[in-house]
Write a protein of this length. Sequence first.
Length: 200
Amino acid sequence: MLKPRTFFYAAVSLAAALTLSSCAGGNSATAPASPTGSQTTAAFNAADVTFAQGMIPHHEQAVAMSDDLLAKDGLDQNVTALATAIKAAQKPEIAQLKDWLTAWGEDENGMSGMSGMSGMGEGSNGMMSDDDMMTLRDASGTEARTVFLQQMTAHHRGAVAMAQLEIDNGENADARAMAANIVKTQTAELAVMATLLAAP
């Protein structure tokens, strides 16, 4: 029987492995950096554009949250490993989403108002408010660990819901493949976060 700490390391390692394999899979399934017009623009719809415009600031905030946590000292290794895995998955996806919008002739700021939504509220897609972000920046030690896990749980749930909408309604095969990877990876990370939050 695994000791609790050993289990946490194994769980976080699993999430990191899923993140990296998902990221790699997303890159293989998505269009190349300099695709031809027929590869990227032949099939996309309003749902694809909404997905890309909404997921860019959502991912950017997750990276900022992870950076805020990783800047702190004396934190649980399980939580820092999770934050590192989140950055590793989401930074390249941000670049790909921006590339798609450019290829589609769309403005990436179409969902810019999203960042002003109240954190962890209904309809906010899990986005944190400025006050939420300040709470994380100001927290330290055990409090920082808990705040990060609680906020990132809400954030991931929002991302999974957004990705599922893309899977259900999107037309672009590459964008739908990324959305499926987000659902897979972030669902695994949600399970890890639930385990860490339940730990004494």
